[in-house]
Design a protein around this ligand. Structure first.
Ligand code: KG4
Ligand code: ZN
Length: 366
């Protein structure tokens, strides 16, 4: 079975084709991503209107490119003959972007007469770990895949710009959200702290690079006490970063955060970045370890944009005893391969949706 995935929930417009084998292995045939991130850098975060306009411009070329990459020796029309179903992100995400992806998928499903599956973006992040083979094509040459697929039960930590969730999955359709963030998502906290330090958006990679030059023990940011062991909180540490930065720069709490970049030295910025990164990692790792002990998973999956963080990976590897799968960094951040993969597993258990009535769900939860 071959599935075309379509993703447009944030600032990436993506399309991908996967092929499933009879034993449930997932082979990636193509993965095309067009990001409008450069247009948002100026504003320090995604501007929904700008993202939506960009999705509208590139979605058809991105889909055509994904089909051309997947079926290199055929015409575009023949390429469609090879597609058995379409999977599209229904939510959660930004309304404008979701509307463009879903409307495109609905139209294609009707015009090309293909079954359509609606996908939860957050759940799909876990499914990037199921992609274990790839086509021999130049576009996918740099992608490194784990040849093993996750084995159930799976403990999954989803860490992205919009979501932070710990999920225990007994199988594809039987899962429980053990905990989630009570306020900011971890990636959002990285982005906000980076903005305070005057580091470029997206904040995760820039904090990680700056942290390498700093001392992670220079500042101690408090960890929130939460009722549920498996929940997370990042807004307290974020405010603690602000206060610490104001103080170390010789100012008080009245100094606006947008003036911090000019009053902090490079060494102070590096120490703050390293200490914040460490506190975020500890906030993620403690509940993960507690859940590993209580639920005894066979595989741990770490997915979402923040899973690209090498320090996070190292510290998780040092303390867990369960095998961990980290998808390739290109599959950790938003992509359509994960959407197509969840679409495949969903197609085995559920009926396709009606393309005439499918609606977007910006606040969809797992
Ligand atoms: O999964 P993703 O591409 O989009 C969402 O669904 O949100 O995640 C984007 C988030 C951003 O907040 C970005 O700052 C963060 O992932 N990120 C990182 C790193 N690379 C990306 N955070 C920490 N360290 C990184 N190396
Ligand atoms: Zn995402």
């Amino acid at each position: 079975m071959r599935i075309l995935g379509i993703e447009s929930s944030a600032d990436e417009t993506a399309a991908a084709v996967i092929e499933s084998t009879s034993d449930g292995q997932i082979k990636l045939l193509s993965s095309e991503i067009s990001s409008s991130i450069d247009l948002h850098t100026l504003y320090g975060g995604i501007v929904p209107e700008i993202a939506a306009r960009s999705h509208l411009e590139v979605i058809i070329p991105v889909i055509n490119q994904a089909l051309a990459d997947a079926f290199q020796d055929t015409t575009p029309e023949k390429a469609w003959d090879q597609i058995d179903a379409i999977a599209v992100t229904q939510g959660p995400g930004l309304l404008g972007g979701l509307l463009i992806g879903v409307l495109t998928a609905k139209t294609l499903a009707i015009a090309k007469n293909k079954p359509l599956y609606s996908i939860n973006h957050v759940q799909a992040h876990i499914y990037s770990a199921f992609i274990n083979k790839k086509a021999n094509s130049p576009q996918l040459a740099a992608l490194s895949l784990s040849n093993k697929q996750p084995v159930f039960p799976i403990l999954a930590l989803i860490v992205s710009g919009g979501h932070t969730q710990l999920v225990f999955m007994k199988d594809h359709s039987n899962y429980k959200v053990l905990g989630q963030t009570k306020d900011d998502a971890v990636g959002e906290a990285f982005d906000k702290v980076a903005k305070m330090l005057g580091l470029p958006y997206p904040g995760g990679p820039s904090i990680e690079a700056t942290a390498k030059k700093g001392d992670s023990k220079a500042f101690k940011f408090p960890k929130a006490r939460l009722e549920n062991t498996y929940d997370f909180s990042f807004s307290g540490p974020k405010t603690a970063v602000l206060r610490a930065a104001q103080k170390v720069s010789g100012n008080d709490f009245t100094l606006p955060s947008n003036q911090l970049p000019s009053v902090l030295s490079d060494a102070q910025k590096a120490d703050i970045a390293a200490s914040f990164q460490q506190s975020a990692i500890t906030t993620l790792v403690d509940p993960l370890l507690a859940a590993e002990e209580q639920f005894n998973p066979k595989t741990i999956v770490i997915a979402g944009g923040v899973a690209a963080n090498q320090q996070l990976r190292e510290q998780i590897n040092q303390c867990v005893s369960t095998p961990v799968i980290y998808p390739d960094i290109k599959l950790c951040t938003d992509n359509a391969a994960m959407i197509a993969t969840l679409g495949y597993f969903q197609s085995k258990n559920t009926k396709p949706v009606n393309p005439y009535t499918l609606e977007v769900l910006p606040n969809l939860s797992m």
